[in-house]
Design a protein around this ligand. Structure first.
Ligand code: PLP
Length: 406
């Protein structure tokens, strides 16, 4: 008899987006003439930069000619992209990363979900709350978490991100082996200073732990004091793995391209206490289970780093950031306590009521869809997340409606 992996039964059903969809459908049925504005989901809405489109087309044409056609590429990504990533994202920031430490993939979601499989089953894991759900769910599936009681899994150390700590969690009170961090944060929009990030790096070094640093929203960082990579912090090469993505940087959510940085100094230990370098393990895993991102997509991603591409990406980010500025200004003017929205595309709004109640209120009174904070974890209760990923016109319309309704 075939048996299932029963860890899957421990997953808490992801009611969040299906619940939102149900409520939106009910509203639409009751109000067929009322247009709904969606500021809930974190998906980009604007076209790929022209530089990427041009490179994409040229690469597709190469695939149409026997002389330039490409079959399987290197699993880790083409050197042309890995070299551009290092030369633009790391070297200028004093981060000593080499091209062979970059693993190109089809998404930060897959990588941040898959990375846990190279670590032991009995390690202690620290995960922020609220959080991007992939970190937790991938560990539930792997059997590391135990069961969930009252919204929380037994074996997880939760890093509470609250109003009191300005959504920057304290170091864990008990020893942990693997730490997930995400800055700029989804859903709170919080960013971390280099000094504070250093306390995490120091903690990891002292405890022989590893930090999984999700920097998927790095392109939104405008302030020079905010680190764009964990490798700007001294000592991070030995204890940190970083996830980056072209999804929110350059509108690649539907095109799919990202990368993970695994420095060759970063190590984990076997049961005898012997050190093993994670780079070799991840390389093995990547080559066994992944066959590379398509050549045209990697050429399109490379174009992000051309002069034309850089200017177009900047304009794209400016566009969404302007939306975030408007949302932040208007919600603050209405008297709401807001976080995020600076160096980040998400505005995290304290509603003083149940998240779902506030969600319903915005939907029913203004026809605006947000995301209830409670869907991201216990500490998200009482908050909503508004996303800046939409057109300026829709954001302005949504804010005008909210002003009228509240
Ligand atoms: N990491 C975070 C924090 C995200 O919010 C998202 C997407 O919303 C991702 C990763 C997924 O990125 P990708 O599109 O590269 O899979």
């Amino acid at each position: 008899m075939i048996k299932i992996n029963e860890n899957y039964l421990k997953l808490q059903s992801s009611y969040l987006f299906s619940n939102i969809a149900k409520r939106v459908a009910a509203f639409q049925e009751a109000n067929p003439d009322k247009g709904i504005i969606k500021l809930g989901i974190g998906d980009v809405t604007r076209a790929l930069p022209q530089a990427c489109i041009k490179a994409f087309h040229l690469a597709v044409d190469e695939m149409a000619d026997d002389n330039t056609f490409k079959g399987y590429g290197p699993e880790q990504g083409y050197d042309f992209l890995r070299e551009k990533v290092v030369a633009n994202d790391y070297t200028p920031r004093g981060a000593a990363i080499s091209p062979d430490e970059i693993f190109v993939s089809d998404g930060a979601k897959c990588d941040s979900g898959n990375i846990q499989e190279i670590f032991a089953g009995d390690i202690k894991i620290a995960i922020p709350d609220p959080v991007y759900p992939v970190y937790l769910d991938s560990n539930v599936m792997a059997g590391r978490t135990g069961h969930s009681n009252n919204d929380r899994y037994e074996n997880i150390v939760y890093l509470d991100s609250t109003r009191e700590n300005r959504f920057l969690p304290d170091l864990p009170r008990e020893p942990v082996d693997l730490i997930y961090l995400c800055f700029p944060n989804n859903p709170t929009g919080a960013t971390i200073s280099k000094d504070l990030l250093k306390t995490w790096v120091d903690y990891a070094r002292e405890n022989k732990a590893v930090i999984l640093y999700d920097a998927a929203y790095e392109a939104f960082i405008q302030d020079d004091e905010v680190p764009r990579s964990i490798y700007e912090v001294q000592g991070a090469r030995e204890v940190a793995i970083e996830f980056k993505s072209f999804s929110k940087t350059a509108g690649f959510t539907g095109t799919r391209c990202a990368f993970t940085v695994v420095p060759k100094d970063c190590a984990a230990y076997d049961t005898k206490g012997e050190k093993h370098f994670i780079h070799a393990l991840w390389n093995r895993r990547h080559c066994t289970k992944f066959n590379g991102v398509s050549y045209p997509v990697q050429k399109a991603a490379e174009a992000v780093y051309s002069e034309e591409g850089k200017n177009q990406v900047k304009a794209l980010i400016r566009y969404y950031q302007n939306n975030a500025d408007i949302i932040l200004k208007e919600m603050s003017a209405l008297g709401y306590e807001c976080a995020g929205g600076k160096n980040a595309p998400y505005i995290w709004i304290y509603s003083e009521t149940d998240s779902w109640e506030f969600f319903d209120h915005l939907l029913n009174k203004a026809g605006v869809v947000c995301t209830p904070g409670a869907g991201f974890g216990r500490c998200g209760q009482g908050f909503i997340r508004i996303s800046a990923f939409n057109s300026l016109e829709n954001v302005e319309k949504a804010m005008a409606r909210i002003k009228k309704a509240l």
